[in-house]
Structure formats: C-alpha cells, structure tokens
Design a protein around this ligand. Structure first.
Ligand code: ATP
Ligand code: MG
Length: 437
C-alpha cells in the first residue's frame, strides 16, 4: 500500500463498530460534569503558537519536541493544540468569562496533537475530556475537581485506579526546592540525558518528569518538594487532604508527581491504573493560579484536569467494563420484485417518520441475501413484501429473536412494530426486576 493510502503514524480511526462507545463515554462525562455545574466550551483546534509555547512552558517535552507547528498562508505561526487548557484560558479571558460570575466552570472534549513516539496509550492524535474552574482559591475547589474526576471514572465502571496527589507549592517554596534539586542533579551531570543536562540550570523540576529510565532512576532519590513547602502551601495541601478524606476519597501522596506542564502550582494529581501498560496515567490535573494573569487576564486562581479518552477506553475494555449496546435496526423490510421494492422504501419512510430505525435492500439482491444482511445488522423484526402482500395489503412481521410472527396491514406496520417493541421492553424489564429479586 502506498503511503497516501495509510493513516498518518500515531493516528487512529474510530470505526462504526466502536464509535458509539466513544459517544457514550463522552456523553456520560459531560453529564457527570454537569452535576457539578461544568458547562461545555468549544475552542479551536489551533491557536497562535505562543499560546502554547509561552504557557505550557519552553522547557517542557510538549513544547520542546512535540508540537505540530506551521506557518499559515498569512505568515502566522500556528500550532495544533497539544492540550486544551491554554486555549481555554485564552478564550475565557478574551470573551470576558473571567470577569463574569465566579467560579466559572467549563469542560471540554476534543482532539490533541503531539509529535510523540507512538506506542500503546501514546498517540499523535488523541482526545481529552477536561474541566477548568476559574476564580476558586479554596482547597475545597481542589477537592471538588478531584471528586469529579473520580466520579467520572467510577460511574463508567473503571476499576483498580489509584489517586496520587502532591503539592508543588508556590514560587517561594519552589525557589529553595529548585536549588536543592540543582545541587542534587549536579552530581549526576555526566549520567543525565542530553535534554536534562540542559534543563539542569534552566528548569531542574522538569528532570523529575523525564521519560528516560536513567533520569527516572536518578530522580527517584532526589529531594522531595513536600519538605520545602511554605506554611500557606502546607496548610492548603492539608486542607485538600482533609476534604478528600471527609468525602471518603482515598489517595496516596506521591511527592514525585510534578506533571508535564509548567503552569501548575500547589495541588497536582493523577489517577493511575495497572491495567493499561506503561502509559498508566488516565487523568492528570492540578492548580494553575498564575496562568490567567500570565496570559493577560485579571489575576484569577484556576484549576482543572484532563482525562485521556483513548487510555480510558483501553482501561474500560481491558477490565471488561459494561457498555450499553449500540442501537440496532428495528425492522428490515425485505422485498421480492421491483414493485415490492418501491413499497418497501415507503414502509421504511413511514417507520423513520415514526422515529424507528428501519432498512430495506439498496443493492438489488435476492431474498436470501437480503435476509442474511438483516441477520448481520441484527434487525429485531423483519417483514417480506412480495406480490401476495401487495395484492392483499397485508403483511407478516417476524420477531427474529423468538421466531413468532404477527399479521397486520402493510400500512399499520409502524404501529405494530411500536406495540411489539414496547411489549418486549416491558418483558425484559419484568425479567430484570424478577431476577434482581
Ligand atoms: P504522559 O506523562 O503520559 O506523557 P502528560 O503528562 O503528557 O502524560 P497531560 O498533558 O497532563 O499528560 O495530559 C493528560 C492526559 O492525556 C494524560 O494523563 C493521558 O491520559 C492523556 N495523554 C497525554 N498524552 C497522550 C498521548 N500522546 N496519547 C494518548 N493520550 C495521551
Ligand atoms: Mg507527555
């Protein structure tokens, strides 16, 4: 196959047999977020490059290696969003949301683009669901968004996830910490990877997030931020932990979590799973109090998280979480002969007007092939129209599960199917009530 017939490396097609699962998951996430007052925001897939380069952080992997940046025909430097937070912050400032009622709560679903080495759970186009909350400085806001992330994951049937939290303090706490880190990593200057060597003087915090196994091992024994927190940051972190405990949310404090983006301060957190291989973080988030001011808005505290949808799907599928079934064809109208074919089209139209999914032959196939197709698409009912049916105006509808048949006028097929579907739904409801005692 030539290159142009192949999807770009690191991209995925979500095919019709799976897309309904994505739609279900995304809708559930939006519904759960709505319970907390988060309303959907839609922002562009691309922004001016500085929106990301300045705010995600010049020294981060994302900005240094992973951005899809290009010049547009007007000579502007444009970047496909590697994440949504920076674009959302740009939007809430530009559109005045930040000057309206606070806290302002928004959520989003959308594609992200990062030039990474593709592997399981790491794509070049992937999707995130996320939330951002603006104007809430209180630790109860941190606890609320963590509770929301957790409720989203649990309500979808995710099992075996661990919540890891940390505080990376404020600028003041980090000043001393960064000095301690520099001193520590200086000793391993020869062993650290090339990128981390450069980071040593500019941004040693980033070394903690390096994916190289050698740097990772060295980072394991580095000083921890929690030993450097100022009194205010310590009190904030304690209050977050107390709020989580009060809500029965268990967590592990992991002083090594710093997150991969530069804008975070104080609380950072991740939900990790042992069921999806090496890329184990399904959800990452935290506080970013300085970002709104840095991007030119009124100084406004803020926080949020993002869930990687592909990783979440992998987790759901690997743990056999329950998905509802996709909607199936309710009635397949088979036809024998040209006249019957035209009538079948009419029956389908009436069915669809009544809001019921129906299909008929579009390929000029014989009856046997039509019935085979009806079976493949899982039609719940079928009917066959031929010369006899057209003459008498009567048809027989067959329940494909039970094999039972029902006679009715061709004109009344939509009513008959509605009646049969309702009865069958009622029966399964009764069955499930009985089997649940
Ligand atoms: P990682 O450490 O795995 O590279 P990250 O720190 O870069 O993650 P964030 O930028 O915080 O991740 O993105 C939030 C979530 O988006 C991640 O927890 C993950 O679930 C998902 N994610 C990030 N990068 C990718 C990718 N390349 N492919 C698929 N999902 C991704
Ligand atoms: Mg990354």
């Amino acid at each position: 196959m030539s290159e142009i017939n192949r999807a770009v490396k690191g991209t995925n097609d979500i095919l019709p047999d799976k897309s309904y699962r994505y739609r279900f998951v995304e809708n559930e996430m939006l519904k759960t977020a709505d319970l907390y007052g988060f309303k959907e925001i839609r922002v562009p897939v691309f922004e001016h490059t500085e929106v990301f380069s300045r705010n995600v952080g010049e020294d981060t992997d994302v900005v240094q290696k992973e951005m899809y940046t290009f010049e547009d025909k007007g000579g502007r430097s444009i970047t496909l969003r590697p994440e949504l937070t920076a674009g959302v912050v740009r939007s809430v400032i530009e559109r005045g949301i930040i000057n309206g009622a606070l806290p302002a709560k928004v959520c989003y679903v959308g594609g992200c683009y990062r030039y990474e080495k593709p592997q399981a759970g790491r794509l070049r186009e992937f999707h995130q669901f996320g939330v951002e909350c603006f104007g809430a400085a209180s630790p109860s806001a941190d606890a609320e968004i963590i509770a929301l992330a957790r409720q989203i994951l649990l309500s979808l049937g995710v099992k075996g996830i661990t919540l890891k939290i940390n505080s990376i303090g404020c600028k003041e706490c980090r000043r001393n910490y960064v000095e301690a880190l520099k001193e520590y990593f200086e000793k391993f200057k020869e062993t650290l990877c090339g990128t981390c060597n450069e980071r040593l003087n500019r941004n040693p915090l980033r070394i903690l997030d390096c994916k190289s196994p050698i740097c990772h091992e060295i980072a394991e024994k580095a000083p921890v931020i929690t030993d450097f927190l100022c009194d205010d940051c310590k009190a904030h972190f304690t209050a977050v932990k107390d709020s989580l405990s009060a809500q029965g949310i268990t967590y592990e404090v992991d002083p090594r979590i710093v997150r991969g983006l530069d804008y975070y301060n104080r609380t950072v957190f991740e939900f990790v799973s042992g069921h999806i291989g090496a890329q184990s973080t399904v959800c990452g988030g935290g506080r970013y109090d300085g970002l709104v001011a840095k991007m030119g808005g009124t100084d406004t505290p803020a926080l949020g998280f993002a869930i990687g949808i592909e990783r979440l799907m992998m987790l759901l599928e690997n743990t056999e979480a329950p998905f509802p079934e996709d909607t199936k064809c309710v009635l397949y109208v088979a036809a024998m002969g040209d006249k019957a074919q035209i009538r079948a089209g009419g029956v389908c139209a009436a069915m669809r007007d009544a809001g019921i999914a129906a299909q008929c032959d579009l390929c000029g196939r014989g009856l046997k092939a039509q019935m085979k197709y009806a079976d493949k698409i899982g039609a719940a009912y079928t009917t066959v129209l031929g010369d006899n049916e057209l003459e008498s105006g009567k048809a027989t509808v067959k329940d494909m599960k039970t094999g039972e048949t029902y006679a009715c006028d061709i004109n009344e097929i939509p009513d008959k199917i509605t009646e049969l579907s309702l009865k069958s739904a009622l029966r399964s409801l009764e069955d499930s009530v009985l089997s649940n005692g």
